[in-house]
Design a protein around this ligand. Structure first.
Ligand code: SAH
Length: 283
């Protein structure tokens, strides 16, 4: 018998943010290899008695794949538990290739990524009608270089929501790239450390100018998400452009527009933009 290896997203930290599928797999697992302290709790909470549980932090990639293969030869269900979603900065394919080569079946279970958890923690939205409809998930170059055309300055030029992983120790590079891309020093920045961790989450709000000092003052130097977005702070905007989907004047598959239609949305939005030229500080 050879079992199957599941690459499971554990979510951002709060065990309640794990998917039902992830939890079911843990409950039936014979062995769990977990990545780092973030998902330690989830593994120990749900894995059955007698399950082989191993932290991968001191292992090389070869050691991890050897361990997974050895476990799959003994157990039907083997879980590789990773933070957030396994497909984001998770060395996923490096691990699956040797498994395929060894003839071992594997599959991926997605997880709630820390970008989504960070925005949720702060009561913020990733997209807003006519402000930005695009989210870029990225990082700045550390020891891993960025491929050509993906430097933060180029990406920031789109003025979309930027969720910046793995970069809290390189906040100065983030500041410099945003400014070089034309964002104003007053543009809001959000940093969330340990998003969704019960009792440990920290939410820091600042601007490009002061975010670094604020993070230093709060001792936020690891396990943090940086978000730069023209949507930040929208909860306090007095006159928001609403989604067309819920507009009374908008007909769609499940609802007919009401007879008393609102002014044309384009007209309304043009009026809104004229009335609030500064609401989006980077516009
Ligand atoms: N696969 C993970 C990302 C792994 S890379 C995911 O989808 O979230 C590790 C980086 O993710 C960290 O440097 C940090 O930027 C971010 N991160 C992971 N968990 C986090 C959390 N709970 N709160 C804030 N950032 C987190």
């Amino acid at each position: 018998m050879t079992g199957k290896i599941w690459f499971v997203g554990a979510g951002p930290g709060d065990p309640d943010l794990m998917t039902v599928k992830a939890r079911k797999l843990l409950e039936q697992s014979g062995a769990v290899l977990f990545a780092g302290s973030l998902v330690d709790q989830a593994a120990t909470l749900y894995a059955p008695d007698g399950c082989e549980i191993r932290d991968s932090k001191d292992m090389t990639l070869d050691e991890m794949t050897d361990w997974l293969i050895a476990q799959a030869r003994q157990h039907q269900t083997v879980v590789r538990l990773q933070t957030g979603d396994p497909g984001l900065y998770g060395a996923l394919i490096e691990m699956t290739q040797p498994l395929t080569a060894a003839g071992i079946e594997w599959a991926v279970v997605p997880g709630v990524s820390s970008a989504m958890a960070s925005m949720a923690a702060a009561g913020e939205t990733l997209t807003l009608p006519e402000v930005t409809q695009t989210v870029i998930l990225t990082r700045v170059a550390g020891r891993t270089p960025m491929p050509p055309g993906e430097d933060l300055e180029s990406l920031a030029a789109h003025k979309t929501t930027l969720c910046i992983y793995l970069s809290i120790t390189l906040l100065h590079k983030v500041q410099a790239a945003l400014l070089a891309a034309g964002w104003s020093e007053d543009s809001p920045i959000l940093v969330v450390q340990k998003a969704s961790w019960p009792g440990e989450e920290k939410i820091i709000r600042g601007t490009i100018r002061d975010i670094k000092q604020k993070c230093q003052a709060e001792k936020v130097g690891s396990q943090a998400m940086i978000v730069a977005s023209p949507t930040l702070g929208a909860a306090d905007w007095p006159d928001l452009i609403r989604s067309k989907l819920y507009d009374p004047a908008f007909t769609h598959r499940f609802r007919k527009a009401s007879a008393l239609t609102e002014p044309d949305s384009a007209e309304k939005n043009a009026e809104h933009n004229a009335a609030h030229p500064l609401e989006n500080p980077i516009a």
